[in-house]
Design a protein around this ligand. Structure first.
Ligand SMILES: Nc1ncnc2c1ncn2[C@@H]1O[C@H](COP(=O)(O)OP(=O)(O)OP(=O)(O)O)[C@@H](O)[C@H]1O
Ligand SMILES: [Mg+2]
Length: 456
């Protein structure tokens, strides 16, 4: 009898799972676009669970979050608007099915994984939400100690905890919208793998279900899912032949770049500044962006780079999980942009970057569109909180305001980061969502509290 009990629990639990969602969960309305395009209903995006009561707000303290997202049934990683991305995620799923599992990146502070294809080639980086530094299943014991012994110093008080995966894909969204093309494409997906960090209960449940299906196939057929539960997280395409910016910046110090490469690098650097400033990245060290510099085409062994034929330079802004704060950093640390110390930051913004971003950034409709797109992304999180999101957007609008002014005034990145920070709040009378009305008004305010450790 007592041996029966766990089995029954597993069965009941699973049957409940596909019978009906928990009472406080409703599903977001279906996307209308599918009916316009005449798509079959089975091709719809999976709907995301949203909570009807205030209980979803508990996610604001995610360490206490009672449940995880994967409880809500079927899902599909479906990105019809981006066939290349779709193909990559399909290859990742195929490899996992073949037993080629994502591999943990050991140097990182959270549970991050190199995802492979069937040829064992790394094709993406996956960061599950529940393995982030604040997540319930963060696998790093140093972070656990940190959380336990020094909770007041843990994390960044200006960021929404446990939403790093949204910040990663939000950065990619901003990058695409402004055509900066420096962030490897990043979207939220769900994956399951033996190598992810799961609770003992999840592993036991999965083992029991497999055992039951093997022994009693009729009962097993009633489980809608075998195996470990999929995790939500950010999935970023892997870029090849790049090295940490730190490595190349040191080399550029001692051996200067050919003129055309230096000009290209300056422009790409300015794109990075634009991205980081808009999303108010609090973690842009020189290890969190990558540079690729192709010097292999040289026909000579001489290390003089002027002899390199068509040297190509590119940058990739990775690790964007600590951005989109809901207030400007104003407490213990300033979270500086480390690029501000580079010589490239002393030059005024170029005409090229102004031409690329100024028309959009000066257009209020474009900025509101950007906020609306971020809303669509961020609201998919179980802990989504509208007032907090509005604060995040107020910071972002303030950053855009400063950046626009700096570009118009011909300032340099160093001068930009010295401008007093601003927030621009949308007033409550305004319409919610994409609808824009005459009543949309904004309030601009300057922040007076400087961070305790100021850096300039
Ligand atoms: N998209 C990518 N393409 C190529 N390499 C990547 C990519 N993303 C990450 N890497 C490599 O993996 C390393 C760790 O990645 P990342 O910094 O994003 O992880 P993390 O777990 O957030 O680490 P931490 O928080 O400690 O910086 C990077 O230094 C880089 O070398
Ligand atoms: Mg990093």
């Amino acid at each position: 009898m007592s041996q029966d009990r766990p089995l029954r629990c597993v069965l009941d639990d699973d049957i409940m799972e596909f019978a009906s969602p928990p009472p406080d969960v409703t599903f977001a309305p279906r996307n209308n676009t599918a009916s316009v395009t005449g798509e079959n209903s089975s091709q719809f995006h999976p709907r995301s669970p949203t909570r009807t009561s205030g209980s979803g707000m508990k996610e604001s303290s995610p360490l206490l979050a009672p449940r995880v997202e994967h409880e809500y049934g079927f899902f599909e990683n479906h990105f019809p608007e981006d066939p290349d991305f779709q193909e990559t995620i399909r290859k990742a799923e195929e490899a996992i099915d073949e037993g080629i599992y994502p591999e943990r990146i050991y140097q990182g502070s959270s549970g991050s994984y190199f995802v492979k294809n069937c040829d064992m080639k790394t094709i993406a980086v996956f960061k599950p939400k529940d393995e982030e530094p604040y997540g319930q299943l963060n696998p790093k014991w140093t972070k656990w100690m940190h959380k336990l012994c020094c909770p007041c110093c843990f994390g960044r008080s200006c960021l929404v905890p446990n939403q790093g995966y949204l910040s990663e894909s939000g950065a990619s969204l901003v990058d695409q919208k402004l055509q900066l093309n420096i962030v490897p494409k990043t979207k939220v997906v769900k994956l399951a793998s033996e190598t992810f960090n799961y609770s003992a209960i999840d592993r036991a449940k999965s083992r029991t279900k497999s055992m039951i299906s093997e022994r009693y196939p009729n009962v097993g057929r009633r489980f809608h899912r075998l195996g470990l539960p999929p995790k939500s997280g950010s999935f970023q395409l892997f870029v090849n032949s790049f090295k940490d910016a730190d490595y190349w910046l040191r080399r550029f110090d001692s051996e200067s770049l050919p003129e055309s490469s230096a000009k290209r690098f300056q422009h790409l650097f300015e794109r990075l500044v634009v991205l980081d400033y808009i999303i108010r990245n609090t973690d842009r060290g020189n290890d969190n962006w990558l540079i690729r510099y192709e010097i292999a085409k040289s026909s000579t062994t001489d290390s003089d780079w002027s002899l390199v034929e068509n040297p190509e330079i590119s940058i990739a802004a990775i690790d964007n999980g600590l951005a989109f704060p809901f207030k400007h950093p104003d407490e213990w640390r300033a979270y500086p942009y480390h690029w501000a110390w580079l010589p490239q930051a002393k030059l005024p913004f170029s005409q090229e970057i102004k031409d690329l971003v100024l028309p959009q950034l000066s257009d209020m409709n474009f900025v509101q569109d950007l906020c609306d797109d971020l809303f669509e992304l961020f609201k998919t999180d179980k802990g989504f909180d509208r007032p907090t999101f509005e604060k995040q957007m107020a910071v972002m609008r303030g950053q855009i305001l400063n950046l626009t002014q700096a570009l118009k005034d011909g300032k340099s990145p160093v001068q930009l980061v010295q401008m007093p920070v601003v927030t621009v709040e949308r007033n409550k009378g305004g319409a919610i969502g994409r609808v824009r009305t005459e009543s949309d008004t904004f309030t601009q305010s300057f922040s007076h509290r400087a961070p305790f450790f100021s850096w300039c």
